[in-house]
Ligand binder design. Structure first.
Ligand SMILES: C[S@@+](CC[C@H](N)C(=O)[O-])C[C@H]1O[C@@H](n2cnc3c(N)ncnc32)[C@H](O)[C@@H]1O
Length: 250
């Protein structure tokens, strides 16, 4: 899968320091720096069109709670709240959280919640702090997780920890609505490229049923060779939690 940080030289250049399981503090410093320097190419200035198109297919009830890990200042959270959901994001950078509320004309209430700062306004809350330091009690019960550029923002060697942490945080029957952008391997057949990504299958199969709801192939400029085009698959996954999860990991 494509890494969402590929346009951030600092994130690419520095080694990742995974000091203890579940933590990745070296990467955290780089994210904080990206936000301070406003190097946030990953931020979308519009609501993600695949979210508004496919989210209704989940048929969630009004008022159900949506958890948005590594949320940045995503406008998708505004859209989710407009659909009647209670939304809780988690974001490392206070710059991102402050920008989110200010740019959307919202005046949040701010309070300390353990090692996190909780910012809230109506149905929208963001816990500012490290996702890997969260406990299930910090976030309460959730029906669904929305992941756009969260799993893929992390280095490959941390993604398993991200999924294991998700398993500790959300109930077994919670679903995940996952959007990815995937570059096909050079030797991949068309049907392999358009199928469930191997890494997604490896990370989620033990605890989730994986439904690949949509694939769109797009030819776009290749940043590594400006005159060429590369093909990318934009995918929508609907993952539904299996009620029985393995003891380790999820
Ligand atoms: C690629 S951005 C995606 C943001 C958002 N999901 C979006 O679609 O715009 C990844 C975000 O994760 C945040 N982040 C990275 N590591 C984190 C961690 N350990 N805990 C909380 N947030 C983290 C970064 O600060 C950044 O805002």
């Amino acid at each position: 899968m494509r890494k969402t940080t590929e346009s951030h030289p600092a994130v690419e250049a520095e080694p990742v320091v995974a000091e203890e399981p579940g933590r990745c503090d070296g990467d955290n410093q780089l994210w904080l720096q990206c936000w301070r320097e406003r190097r946030t190419d990953f931020h979308q200035s519009e609501v993600n069109p695949l979210l508004s198109r496919f989210w209704p297919s989940l048929k969630l009830v009004h008022g159900s709670r949506v958890f948005v890990p590594l949320c940045g200042k995503s406008l998708d959270m505004i859209w989710l709240a407009q659909q009647g959901h209670e939304v809780l994001g988690v974001e490392l950078s206070p710059v991102a959280v402050e920008d989110f509320f200010r740019e959307n004309g919202l005046q949040p209430v701010k309070r300390q919640a353990g090692q996190f700062t909780l910012w809230s306004h109506g149905k929208l809350c963001i816990l500012c702090g490290d996702y890997f330091a969260l406990n299930a009690d910090d976030i309460g019960i959730f029906d669904t997780v929305y992941d756009r550029a969260a799993l893929t923002a992390l280095p490959e060697n941390v993604r398993g920890l991200y999924v294991a942490q998700l398993g500790r945080l959300v109930p077994k029957n919670a679903g995940v609505f996952l959007l990815t952008i995937e570059d096909a391997a050079e030797d991949a057949t068309l049907s392999q490229a358009a199928g469930v990504d191997e890494e997604i299958a490896r990370l989620y199969t033990a605890a989730f049923e994986i439904d690949l709801a949509y694939v769109e192939s797009v030819f776009e400029p290749d940043p590594e060779s400006p005159d060429a085009l590369r093909r990318a698959e934009y995918k929508v996954y609907r993952l539904s939690g299996k009620s029985e999860r393995p003891v380790s990991g999820l």
